[in-house]
Ligand binder design. Structure first.
Ligand code: PLP
Length: 387
């Protein structure tokens, strides 16, 4: 068996997938699990894609992305992220997943270390594992007050470190790290010649504070920023995103797209173009809906005196379950089997997530309300029994 095959087979199972599998055994579960928006892709985006497809845009696209889309992305990066970007610094990819994986493929080999946030999105560790590298967590949970601590990042650096992954606003806590802390990490990485991969999948889903893209200030050639249409425009199924880097790296990324995917789907690229060029009202409506859901959940948690991490963006909220005396897997399993509600155990995102469960806000408000109410019932019951 090839090494890659063996690594694929023993890749740690995503906690999100595991919860969804467990949920299949439960009748009519309320799932507050996945990061897939409950909104449909806005109609003008679907119409743009359909029009392009009917007009003949159904063939292979250039591996690096179609020219009008790369130009529109450069404009968006300047306007929204304050990143001065040329079109030749952009490679269109199959979602942030595709962008992150190809980026890591270029940076990481067997025996290399990659620093990832702990807690952090579980796919980072899985990608690094598949590439034969070692994912090393830097704490951004309870032990740092849910902040990015540049000293803690530096302490995790070794002679084998080949990349540092940043994610703000982040999954699973929705926390935005300060521009100062982000810049310090970029500076320390530049000093040591370590590339930084900034996963900005949630760059526009911000309901509190000023969003900040590291690419807006850092001039390091070793800074690679990954973006996606999935979350901002409710386009998870279109599999379309983009990477900003220096022109050389962008070309290398495109060289890799060629043999593996032949480039992102032409139809999806036209959908993405319609998203960037069309009205942005749907985005602000979705952001405000996520913000309202966050506030409603916070009201429910406060009324029950249950702790949580206040998210500034993305669409997740970490609920503190430590008072129940249960571990996060135990709590989440009991919640699913006993009350029919699916959440993700914090431990699935790394050791720093233990003591918390992640609630997704990307679900219908009535499902969210009922799910959180049942979660609080269980919390109360366990806290009084074990507390
Ligand atoms: N990065 C983070 C932090 C995510 O949470 C997700 C999806 O949940 C992704 C990247 C992947 O997004 P995409 O659908 O663009 O592959």
């Amino acid at each position: 068996m090839t090494l890659l095959r063996r690594r694929l087979l023993d890749t740690p199972h995503s906690g999100i997938r595991r919860m969804l599998e467990l949920a299949r055994e439960v009748p009519d579960p309320l799932l507050l699990v996945s990061g897939d928006p409950n909104f449909r892709t806005p109609e003008h985006i679907i119409a743009g894609a359909a029009e392009a497809a009917l007009g003949g845009a159904t063939g292979y696209a250039p591996a690096v992305g179609i020219a009008p889309l790369r130009a529109a992305i450069a404009k968006k990066l300047a306007q929204v992220n304050r990143i001065a970007a040329d079109a030749d610094q952009i490679c269109v990819v199959t979602g942030a997943c595709g962008g992150l994986y190809t980026t890591l493929l270029l940076l990481v080999g067997p025996g290399d270390d990659v620093l990832i946030p702990n807690p952090g999105w579980s796919n980072y560790a899985a990608m690094v594992h598949v590439l034969g590298g070692r994912a090393v967590g830097y704490p951004v949970g309870p032990s740092t007050g849910w902040k990015l601590d540049p000293e803690a990042v530096e302490a995790a650096v070794s002679a084998q470190t080949r990349a540092i992954i940043l994610n703000s606003p982040g999954n699973p806590a929705g926390v935005m790290w300060t521009p100062e802390s982000l810049q310090s990490v970029v500076a320390l990485a530049a000093r040591r010649g370590i590339p930084v991969v900034s996963d900005e999948a949630y760059d526009e889903l911000v309901f509190e504070g000023e969003p900040f893209s590291v690419g807006s200030v850092a001039t390091s050639p070793e800074l690679i920023s990954v973006f996606t249409f999935s979350k901002t425009y409710a386009m998870t199924g279109w599999r379309i995103g983009y990477v900003h880097s220096d022109a050389d790296f962008a070309r290398q990324l495109s060289l890799h797209q060629e043999p593996v995917t032949s480039g992102a789907s032409m139809v999806s690229q036209h959908a993405a173009l319609a998203a960037l060029e069309g009205p942005q009202l749907a985005v602000s409506e979705m952001v405000s809906a996520y913000g309202q859901r966050r506030d409603q959940v916070i009201d429910l948690l406060r009324a029950s005196d249950v702790g949580f991490v206040r998210p500034h963006g993305a669409f997740y909220l970490m609920v503190d379950i430590r008072a129940t005396g249960c571990g996060s897997w135990e709590f989440a399993t009991e919640l699913l089997r006993g009350r029919g509600v699916g959440v993700v155990p914090g431990l699935a995102f790394g050791s720093e997530g233990e003591g918390y469960v992640r609630v997704s806000l990307a679900v219908a408000p009535e499902v969210l309300r009922e799910g959180v109410t049942r979660l609080l019932d269980l919390h109360r019951e366990l806290a009084s029994r074990n507390g």
